[in-house]
Structure formats: structure tokens, C-alpha cells
Write a protein that binds this ligand. Structure first.
Ligand code: THU
Length: 134
């Protein structure tokens, strides 16, 4: 738990890199991923766009950074957010789209927030999978 709050605090500092001029809702995360030999921390923040639908969540930024460096074993994701008034949002949870991206790579990824800890398979039961059909 001490390690969790350390990583959540580190992620909280990273919200300053969030690009959220429209929602002003700043999200940041630290993903711990492995390439089979070593674990590495990948940071992510939400990056919004004036064409709103092009916005990407912090979680997907971190996951795509990890996958693109061959760190494909997703172990733990520490997630924080700050609202438009600068207050930390304690009950942040990953959106449905991010859950689908997470389950693509791991059943065992832990999602850790200030308030809770879940395995991704608990957060997206009966998820869509193509793997078994091709
Ligand atoms: N957002 C995330 O980055 N992660 C989530 O899990 C939920 C939402 C972002 C997207 C958008 O920039 C802002 O939060 C408000 O929806």
C-alpha cells in the first residue's frame, strides 16, 4: 500500500503534462509493464483535441507507449485525476474504451486508484475478443 501511494503521488505530479484545455479534467497514470526481462514505468496523460472525438485518454497513451517499446506484459496501472478546480478526483476509473484496450493485452493488469484496486478482467467481463476467432 505504501508503494501504491508513492506511485499515485508520482502520477499526480504528472497531471501537469495533461493537455485538457476543453474539459480541464486532468488525468495521469503510471503503467508498470514488462518486456519479459525487466519492468519499466510508462507515464500517460490525456491529450485533448479541438475536434473533441480525437481526444485520447491517459491510460491509452501509457499503454501504447509501452506496447510500442515491446513492453507487452501489462502489470499495474496507477490512475489519478484532478478536476477543473484543481481538486484530486478520488473515484476516477478507466473508461470503457480503455478497458477494452487493456484486456487486449492482459487479464491480470491491476488498476489501482486512491480508493480501489481491481483486475482488468473484473472491470470488463464478457469483453470482445477476436483472438479466438481468427
Ligand atoms: N479521461 C481519461 O484520460 N481517462 C479516463 O479514464 C476517463 C477520461 C479524459 C478524457 C478527457 O480528456 C477528460 O478525461 C474528460 O473526459
Amino acid at each position: 500500500m505504501r508503494e501504491s501511494s508513492h506511485l499515485l503521488n508520482k502520477a499526480l505530479e504528472y497531471t501537469k503534462f495533461s493537455y485538457a484545455p476543453y474539459s480541464k479534467f486532468k488525468v495521469a497514470c503510471i503503467l508498470i509493464a514488462s518486456n519479459g526481462n525487466e519492468d519499466k514505468e510508462f507515464y500517460g496523460v490525456n491529450v485533448e483535441n479541438s475536434s473533441y472525438g480525437l481526444t485520447i485518454c491517459a491510460e491509452r497513451v501509457a499503454i501504447f507507449k509501452a506496447i510500442s517499446e515491446e513492453y507487452k506484459i501489462l502489470k499495474a496501472l496507477y490512475l489519478v485525476a484532478v478536476d477543473s478546480e484543481g481538486f484530486e478526483v478520488l473515484d476516477i476509473m478507466p473508461c470503457g474504451a480503455c478497458r477494452q484496450v487493456m484486456i487486449e493485452f492482459s487479464d491480470n493488469l491491476s488498476i489501482i486508484t486512491r480508493k480501489s484496486e481491481y483486475k482488468i478482467k473484473e472491470l470488463i467481463p464478457f469483453s470482445f475478443r477476436l483472438k479466438n476467432h481468427i
